[in-house]
Design a protein around this ligand. Structure first.
Ligand code: PGA
Length: 247
């Protein structure tokens, strides 16, 4: 079985003073015997400093997005190589907030995941349906379609992860039922095997959307849930540690 991955997505939160939370996560994990891989994804401005703080600990640093090109006239953007240079080992691509606010298409997300791979970063590719799509009975079609379009076959020669994040569950305090999560993850596993064979069989499929210390154990115990992508509850070390401890 693939090692579970617990990723904290700080989104657009965090100043230098908040590196204290990363220190506290490291200190808390130091004593624990976690079987999970743990990664914190701060805003790009904190990547290098967080990497320095976490150096020598088992906690990895990840980024929240990358540009699909290695360099060039893209004012304000950051390439995957730059993120790796700053100390990142992983990068989230295709988060629904970027799809919605920056118009990122599946094709763009696929290109970003490949760019991450070329730079030596492990991409965490996000998929998820809207409330309207779920209500229309289209959730499984939508998320499997996103996997088929975002997971290029060339990704199959290295590690990557998928994060299933129903858009309506993000930051809402509402989660799908365990049965709904199980159904979605089983379908995603099938779609992944179709597009990435053995790597698709091994890639962890994280659940994301309102994961907290109270629901983490139940969610992480569901078949084919290979970890969690945690937003709000990753900002406080105690909450994040409780989620890591639920693996
Ligand atoms: P949330 O965010 O845990 O705050 O719902 C998850 C995410 O958007 O990755």
């Amino acid at each position: 079985m693939t090692t579970p991955l617990i990723a904290g997505n700080w989104k657009m939160n965090g100043l230098a003073a908040d590196l204290e939370q990363a220190r506290a996560v490291a200190a808390g994990l130091g004593a624990a015997t976690s079987t999970a891989r743990v990664v914190l994804c701060p805003p790009a401005t904190l990547l290098a400093r967080m990497a320095a703080v976490l150096s020598g600990t088992p906690i990895l640093v990840g980024a929240q997005d990358c540009h699909e090109r290695p360099s060039g006239p893209f004012t304000g953007d950051v390439s995957a190589g730059m993120l790796a240079d700053a100390g990142a080992s992983l990068v989230i691509v295709g988060h629904s907030e970027r799809r919605a606010a920056h118009g990122e298409t599946n094709a763009k997300v696929a290109a970003k995941a490949l760019a991450a791979r070329r730079a030596g970063l492990e991409p965490i590719i996000c998929v998820g349906e809207s409330r309207a799509e779920r209500d229309a009975g289209r959730a499984i079609d939508v998320i499997c379609g996103q996997v088929a379009a975002c997971v290029d076959r060339r990704l199959a020669d290295g590690a990557f992860a998928i994060a299933y994040e129903p858009i309506w569950a993000i930051g809402s305090g509402v989660t799908p039922t365990a049965a709904e999560i199980a159904l979605a993850h089983a379908a995603l596993r099938g779609a992944l095997i179709d597009c990435a064979s053995e790597r698709g069989a091994a890639a962890p499929i994280l659940y994301g959307g309102s994961v907290n210390p109270g629901n983490a154990a139940e969610i992480l115990a569901i078949a084919e849930v290979g970890g969690a992508l945690v937003g709000g509850a990753s900002l406080e070390a105690a909450d994040f540690l409780a989620i890591v401890g639920a693996v």
